[in-house]
Write a protein that binds this ligand. Structure first.
Ligand code: ARG
Length: 412
C-alpha cells in the first residue's frame, strides 16, 4: 500500500487556494483535504466546497463556525473594545486563529502531517495562521504555497487552466477582499495610493453616507455583562445580532474606515474596511462602560485593550497572556448591563442615550439645579491636599522652574 502524506488546506475558493491544490499534490506529493470555514462571508460556500473537489482535492469539507466565531472570538474582542491602532476592529485577524484551530482538528482526524494556507509572504495572515496552528500543534508543519511559488498572476491562471481549474471569466477584480461577520476588508488596486480617495466601487456593505437616508434612524441595544443580547427589545443570538447590525448600520452609511496600517512584517499598507456592525456595537459598549465603571478601572482597562488588540493583530491568540488579559476583561464586565440608544445618520453612529441598573452616574451629585447633594465646602480642602506636591515642587528655590525670585531680579 502506497503511503502518501496528507495536507489540510484552508480553502477559500479563490485563485490562490485553488491553484494550491494541484501544486501541493505535485510539489509535495501530498493528498489535499480542503477545508472551507464559514465565518459569515457571503457567497455559496457549498459551491466553494465542491470547487475544491473539482480542483483535485481528495476530500473537501465545509464547517459552519459562525456561532463559534461570534461567541469565542468576537465576544471577547468586543468586551475588550479591541481596535488595532485605535481604528481597525480586527475582523480578519480574529478569524485566523479560529480557522487555524479547525485546520488542526481536521489534521488530527485525518492523520495529516501538514496544514496549508494561501497567504503570501507580505501579509499578516501568514503570521496568524503559522502561529495559531503551531501553537496548538507544534508537531504539524505549515506549508504556504503562495509564499513558495514564484508565479505571477498570469502564470497562476495558466497553471489553473492546465490543471482544469475553473477561473472566473472576464477581467479579474483589482481588489483583494476578505469578509466575515466582523467586517469586510479591501486592499490593492488604486487603494495602494494612499493619497487617493477610495472609489465608490470598493464598498459592498455600506451605502455612501451621501446617498444614505436623509432621516436618522435609532437602534436600542441591550447588553448583559458586556455583550449585546437584544435589538429594540428582541433577543437575538450574537452572530445574528451582528449580521443584523451590519445591515442596519451599513444602510445608514456607517462603518467605513480608511487605515494607513502598520503590518507585523514592517510594511505600511493602505486598507479600507467596512465594519458597520462592529462600529455600532463598539460605540455602544464603550458608552455603557462609561456609565457603569469607575475612572481608574476605565483608565487601566484602556491600556489592557491596546495590548489585547495588538496581540490579536500580531497572531498571538493562543498564548497565556491573551488568556490572562481576557480573564481580566471578563471580570470588568460584571456590571456592564443596560441599554444604549444609537442614532444612525448619514455615516455617523452616535450614542444618544444610555441606562443601566448599575449606573454610577448620580444626578444628585452632577446637577447644577435643585436636589444637589454634593458638599461644596469639601472641595477646597481636597484640592489643597491634591495639589500639595505640585506647589511644594514649584516653591523649592533650587529648582530652575521656581518662579518666586523673578520679580526681584527685574528690579535690580
Ligand atoms: N490588513 C488586514 C489584517 O491584516 C486585512 C488583511 C486581509 N485583507 C485582504 N483584503 N486580503 O488584518
Amino acid at each position: 500500500m502506497s503511503h502518501r502524506s496528507k495536507v489540510v488546506l484552508a480553502y477559500s475558493g479563490g485563485l490562490d487556494t485553488s491553484v494550491a491544490i494541484p501544486w501541493l499534490r505535485e510539489k509535495k506529493g501530498a493528498d489535499v483535504v480542503a477545508l472551507t470555514v464559514n465565518v459569515g462571508q457571503p457567497g455559496d460556500l457549498e459551491a466553494v466546497r465542491a470547487k475544491a473537489e473539482r480542483s483535485g482535492a481528495a476530500k473537501a469539507l465545509l464547517v459552519d463556525a459562525r456561532q463559534e466565531f461570534a461567541e469565542e472570538f468576537l465576544a471577547p474582542a468586543l468586551r475588550a473594545n479591541a481596535l488595532y491602532e485605535g481604528i481597525y476592529p480586527l475582523g480578519t485577524a480574529l478569524a485566523r486563529p479560529l480557522i487555524g484551530r479547525h485546520l488542526v482538528e481536521v489534521a488530527r482526524r485525518e492523520g495529516a502531517t501538514y496544514v496549508a494556507h494561501g497567504c503570501t509572504a507580505k501579509g499578516n495572515d501568514q503570521v496568524r495562521f503559522d502561529l495559531s496552528t503551531t501553537s496548538l500543534a507544534p508537531d504539524l508543519e505549515v506549508i504556504a504555497p503562495a509564499r513558495e511559488w514564484k508565479m505571477t498572476r498570469e502564470e497562476e491562471v495558466a497553471y489553473a487552466a492546465q490543471h482544469g481549474i475553473p477561473v472566473a471569466s472576464g477581467p479579474a477584480s483589482p481588489y483583494s477582499i476578505d469578509e466575515n461577520l466582523w467586517g469586510r476588508s479591501i486592499e490593492c488596486g488604486v487603494l495602494e495610493d494612499p493619497a487617493i480617495e477610495p472609489p465608490e466601487e470598493v464598498f459592498g456593505w455600506t451605502r455612501s453616507p451621501q446617498s444614505a437616508p436623509d432621516q436618522p434612524s435609532y437602534v436600542q441595544l441591550s447588553f448583559e455583562r458586556g455583550l449585546p443580547v437584544a435589538v429594540d427589545g428582541h433577543r437575538v443570538p450574537l452572530a445574528e445580532l451582528i449580521v443584523q447590525m451590519n445591515r442596519t448600520a451599513g444602510a445608514a452609511g456607517v462603518g467605513r474606515i480608511d487605515h494607513l496600517e502598520s503590518r507585523v512584517v514592517g510594511i505600511k499598507s493602505r486598507e479600507i474596511y467596512e465594519c458597520p456592525g462592529a462600529t455600532v456595537l463598539l460605540a455602544a459598549h464603550q458608552a455603557l462602560e462609561a456609565l457603569t465603571l469607575p475612572r481608574d478601572l476605565l483608565d487601566f482597562k484602556r491600556t489592557v485593550e491596546q495590548r489585547y488588540a495588538q496581540m490579536v493583530y500580531d497572531g498571538f491568540w493562543f498564548t497565556p497572556l491573551r488568556g490572562a488579559l481576557d480573564a481580566f476583561v471578563t471580570s470588568t464586565q460584571e456590571r456592564v448591563t443596560g441599554e444604549v440608544a444609537v442614532k444612525l445618520y448619514k455615516g455617523s453612529a452616535r450614542v444618544v442615550g444610555r441606562r443601566s441598573p448599575h449606573s454610577i452616574y448620580q444626578q444628585s451629585l452632577a446637577t447644577y439645579s435643585s436636589g444637589d447633594r454634593f458638599r461644596p465646602e469639601m472641595s477646597e480642602g481636597f484640592i489643597y491636599v491634591w495639589g500639595l506636591p505640585a506647589r511644594t515642587w514649584a516653591a523649592t528655590a533650587s529648582h530652575p522652574a521656581a518662579v518666586a525670585p523673578r520679580a526681584a531680579k527685574h528690579r535690580s
